[in-house]
Design a protein around this ligand. Sequence first.
Ligand code: GLU
Length: 505
Amino acid sequence: MTNRKVRVRFAPSPTGALHIGGVRTALYNYLFARQQGGDFILRIEDTDSNRFVPGAEAYIEEAFRWLGLPFDESPSVGGSYGPYRQSERRAVYKEYVDKLLCEGKAYLAFDTPEELEAKRAVVPNFQYDASTRMQMRNSLSLSQQQTRELLEAGTQYVVRILITPNQEVRVNDLIRGEVVVNSSVLDDKVLYKSADALPTYHLANIVDDHLMEISHVIRGEEWLPSAPLHVLLYRALGWEESMPAFAHLPLLLKPEGNGKLSKRDADRLGFPIFPLSWTDPKTGETSVGYRQAGYLPEALLNFLALLGWNPGNDQELMPMSELIAQFNLAHCSRSGAKFAYQKAVWFNHEYLLMMSDEAVARLFAPIVAEQGVTASFEKIKTVTGMMKNRINFVHELWETCSFFFVAPTTYDEKTVQKRWKAESPAQMTELMELLAGIDDFSIENQERIVMAWIADKGYHTGTIMNAFRLTLVGEGKGPHMFDISWVLGREETLARMQRAIDVLK
Ligand code: GLU
């Protein structure tokens, strides 16, 4: 359909935490909607009460708030196509179930789970379809009288779609092209269950996509096998003309490449699988999320955007505005995308570098405070700017630069053995006197004066600098020496030197 307003939906079932693959699906929907000036909708598909997990819906909304992918319509923001929770749309679905029954496009089936089980035991690869349905207990095999009696007796039933065998079903997929399936491979799927008076996923999904005027169904490849049935449902309901376009996204694969990415891979290799931390209400097991592991949402989204799509060149760093401008469903790949999680770490590093020192410092300041240290924001910002190129996550900053905030109380033994020479106490005492006399304690001025002194005395630069570093840092690491002494300031620098001389003498 042309000239149709783009409306896309992300339609998770609240059965637990959102898998990172679901985040990618939502992201592609979001990019497409924003680019096309369309609507991005959240619909909660909670018709399977057996799999409902309390807290999962709130988790999903919270995850998208953190990610910065706002919905235009959702259970919490509302919208004119609501309600957006399927469990609140019972009456809507019932109307279409009745319509399909009336028109003979669906039928009632009374088979109990035990009867179905017994059938499966005797018929290999049993499928409820044209070849078997007349052997089952349903409104097609029973007389009208028998059916009426069963209903009057309050017998539970399901409604099944009547699939006509040997028809060609065409699914037009924007990524995969045309997929043709013979309807004989499909079974008479259950559309509705009297037991809870709720439709199954298939019916609810199609009815809602139609009523919510969804233009494009962008979802994971695992739903491709359902697409022919969905096409037949649109046809049965008389909605084929306004059927949305399909786009089935490639699978996310294990980092090693073969097989579908699973939570087990994440646990085994040590990367998060959920956007936010999640405690499984059944097992009590907590999984750390991307947020809690220190990922920036922008970095995570950039990483995910390139798992299954690329801009047609090797550009990788693409902020949201650029992703929106360049995203193209036709450029999504058909083959699965390896979940190269180390790349997510690289993206995080790059996004930290792109952020201003001030913005990173704002994330770092609470960590400094947590360490019981009081430091001015100015100092935190300066240190952040000096050190952020060495880290992948903000929480790694403390480990990398705590010496800027806390004076060493012990001195690394190996460094002492290697760097603290017999002449070091005397040389450091001399250097202290020199530094005490410098009024302009800028990096450049210190460097100029100290270097001249070293040359004048004929000292070995390495010996001086290594010992100096040991006194200020307590070990052999850190940035340029005069950067450190400048940040610490003259008093603190001298105090640390004196302390080291006293302890190491
Ligand atoms: N409720 C389905 C899910 O959990 C929706 C699939 C679809 O997008 O059609 O992913």
